[in-house]
Design a protein around this ligand. Sequence first.
Ligand SMILES: NC(=O)C1=CN([C@@H]2O[C@H](COP(=O)(O)OP(=O)(O)OC[C@H]3O[C@@H](n4cnc5c(N)ncnc54)[C@H](OP(=O)(O)O)[C@@H]3O)[C@@H](O)[C@H]2O)C=CC1
Ligand SMILES: O=C(O)[C@@H]1CCC=N1
Length: 305
Amino acid sequence: MGYTLCVLGCGTMGVAITSGVLASIHAPALVLPAAKWNSHTPGTFTPDPSTSSLPSRFIACVTRPESAQKLDLTFPRGQVEVTLGQNVKSVEEADVVLLCCKPQLAHSILQEEGMKEALEGKLLISILAGVTIAQLSDWVPSTTRVIRAMPNTPCRIREGMTIVSTLPPSMTADRDRTILLQIFSSIGRVRILDEKHFDACTALSGSGPAFACIFLEAMADGGVMMGLPRAEALELAAQTLQGAARMALQPGAHPAQIKDSVTTPGGCTIAGLLALEDGRVRSTIARAIQVATERASELGQPAKK
Ligand SMILES: NC(=O)C1=CN([C@@H]2O[C@H](COP(=O)(O)OP(=O)(O)OC[C@H]3O[C@@H](n4cnc5c(N)ncnc54)[C@H](OP(=O)(O)O)[C@@H]3O)[C@@H](O)[C@H]2O)C=CC1
Ligand SMILES: O=C(O)[C@@H]1CCC=N1
């Protein structure tokens, strides 16, 4: 069942999702760790190994010629139709619309002349931070099925984490559900959560790659301080974080247990851990998630007077 996906606002995330999905179509046999986690972890979506619920045609919308040129160079030749200032026509030609613009632009884009008609009867998946299903539903025709997803940049390498908002009863067993879950499970791990959790998910997994990279860079800096070459320090830090994260995702694993298993009594790990605790690293990181959640809830909302 082929269908057309229109990426309405194809910037960082539009590219990440489209590239990941294209890779999964063109290398479907590749079983990624994220796909394995999906199939082993209760509550996550187990993907259908076939790619039949993935799009057969992609349209990517932007407004600036330089963005269009960049997309033409980014996507493999002929796999994505890049359109410039043609949102309505692109949505008309699509079956499913993936809204990936900035939160503050959603209202004006969805109010463009002819957009309402173009969206009639279609599935609209929004990845916008802060913009609620209620807001989006107000801006589109009543026949448009609106759902939210919160992916992250690792979707580009098919190691994403995507939260999908709880599906309305009308969507629990139908084609929309299959399409939605197949898209995001083809590019990483997927979990369904109530929309009330979306701002926290935006902060934790949406913004999370940035927070993780601060920690990663700091670890590498420490290595450089102690004489390691920069490139090796970065490799050690990244692979170590990846390994620890993958251990933490094993069934029954707990980060405290992993930490304890590294911590030889009287050894160097406990010395380093105490230095981290002196720097209040846990509350600093947790507060970052809190502040980012609060900020996420403001995005796409009318400015306070
Ligand atoms: N970046 C991230 O890690 C994550 C972002 N998100 C959400 O994803 C959304 C996009 O973020 P991100 O990809 O970082 O943003 P970008 O700025 O990279 O992408 C936005 C895209 O929208 C296009 N655009 C702007 N105006 C219009 C218009 N009128 N019509 C059509 N396209 C338009 C831009 O192209 P041009 O300038 O050429 O018009 C650009 O390609 C945001 O809502 C964000 O909250 C969610 C999860 C993670
Ligand atoms: O910073 C932002 O607002 C977006 C949402 C999550 C990640 N990037």
